[in-house]
Design a protein around this ligand. Structure first.
Ligand code: AMP
Ligand code: MG
Length: 431
């Protein structure tokens, strides 16, 4: 950025009153580390039905008190055999028992087989299962038992699921700090947990700042006054918070006035762990977040060296954390995913916080790289590479809908078609 030389007619601002941002932008990794250092896991544990714990963070290790499976069992419908009894494909076996899932078999008599079904325990004496498709059966007729011939030589251990092959008794199956997923709910249930101890939901107060904001539904598009815009940030921020399992108090739109901003922050600080705002975090005359937070607590106003999303504020308002996101919708969206999401995960006590990027080829050119680290809206194409959304402006929310992730591009790095870049999928950033 180049500025005109100072003009004597314009009153000069003392250096101490200049926004710190002019001095330096904070590198993204430094900002994230500082933010996470302030996010001590919140106290408080809830016991929930395992059914209700999807997305919640465990506050206990889950230790298996049994083996899964608890017994060697069949992974096929077929016949349980003793391999050494098979001599050739003419060997005839008598079917002397029938073992279903949930029942127990008897020891296998020499020369006999057991009819067995998927999940049923392997009877003592048997060392393999032959799938029914590989057997020839004869009806029992007047004989006490049906008979079976087995076409191919059975191999010891075939079609047997071993006791403890999934989970061994005594193992820590899921750890404190893990976020439950549908699969881990099933795993917890498989070792008998009907209830789980998880961290409490983070209570978030959300509000938007800006006199230009109008709620959709309040005014029809044709009747919008000049300069008015619909409040879009409120919708995606609320949804993103809810996806993270937060309880959200939506405090609406706060006008661009210092007294109103102070009153809103003060009210919000009482029953919430985090106050999240969008807009008003720059240092313009209509940006009241900074003085309002300072009046009630402490504020670190950060200008982060990322694009989109430079203005960002962190502070404390009484006992509550405060985070101020930029007003531009894409900046607000991206800084939520990159900074607020990890912050909330840490408050929840989660241990896996970083999102792993995937190396993929760029199917675009990006010649005009910015000095800041950029997060470009891209999506995967059918050839396994990444396409770029044409308009990367921080106001163009269409880019965030079209895209399925972000390219994390280092400062000043131009990208040529075919270069390997780091892709952060939205599927991971929004789960
Ligand atoms: P600010 O950070 O308040 O200076 O806002 C930067 C830009 O984002 C301005 O163009 C605002 O009109 C716009 N903006 C601020 N808040 C919102 C919002 N909640 N929804 C949509 N646009 C917004
Ligand atoms: Mg504003």
């Amino acid at each position: 950025m180049s500025l005109a030389p100072s003009n004597a007619a314009i009153p000069t601002t003392p250096a101490s009153a200049l926004p710190a941002a002019r001095a330096s932008l904070k590198p993204f990794d430094v900002a994230l580390a500082e933010l996470l250092a302030r996010a001590a896991p919140l106290p408080g544990i809830e016991t929930l039905s395992t059914f209700d714990a999807d997305g919640r963070v465990l506050t206990q290790d889950l230790v298996a008190s049994l083996n899964v499976p608890a017994h060697d069992n069949s992974s096929m419908d077929g016949y349980a055999v003793r391999c050494t009894d098979w001599k050739n494909s003419n060997t005839v076996f008598q079917v002397t028992q029938r073992i279903q899932a949930g029942s127990n078999g008897q020891a296998l008599l020499p020369g006999s087989v057991a009819r067995i079904f998927t999940g049923a325990p392997i009877p003592p004496g048997s060392d393999a299962v032959v799938m029914q498709e590989d057997c020839e059966t004869s009806a029992a007729g007047t004989e006490p038992h049906p008979r079976v011939r087995i076409q191919a030589q059975p191999k010891p251990g075939q079609w047997i699921r071993r006791c403890g092959e999934d989970v061994a008794a005594g193992a820590v199956v899921l750890h404190r700090g893990e976020r439950m997923t549908p699969a881990s709910l099933g795993l917890a249930a498989s070792i008998g947990f009907a209830h789980l101890q998880v961290s409490k939901r983070v209570r978030v107060a959300l509000f938007s700042t800006g006199d230009e904001l109008v709620m959709p539904g309040a005014v029809a598009p044709a009747d919008m006054r000049p300069g008015a815009i619909y409040n879009s940030n409120r919708f995606f921020l609320k949804a993103l918070l809810q996806r993270l399992g937060c309880t959200v108090s939506d405090l609406g739109i706060v006008p661009d006035r210092l007294d109103a901003t102070i009153a809103a922050l003060k009210g919000a600080s009482q029953q919430h762990d985090l106050i999240l705002t969008s807009g008003g975090v720059s240092v313009g005359e209509e940006d009241h977040i900074k003085p309002a937070v300072q009046a009630l607590g402490e504020l670190s106003l950060w200008q982060i060296a990322i694009k989109p999303g430079k203005p960002f504020a962190y502070g404390q308002v009484k006992a509550a954390h405060f985070i101020g996101l930029p007003g531009n919708p894409v900046s607000s969206f991206v800084t939520f995913l990159l900074l607020v999401r990890p912050f909330i995960l840490k408050l929840q006590g989660a241990t896996e916080i970083a999102t792993k990027s995937i190396a993929l080829p760029a199917h675009f050119d990006w010649a005009k790289a910015d000095k800041r680290r950029e997060f470009l809206r891209v999506r995967r194409d059918e050839a396994g590479g990444l396409e770029l959304f044409a308009n990367q402006s921080s106001g163009v929310l269409t880019s965030a809908v079209w895209a399925d992730g972000l390219v994390d591009n280092p400062p000043g790095q131009a990208i040529a078609y075919g270069d390997t870049v780091q892709f952060l999928p939205f599927s991971a950033l929004m789960s």
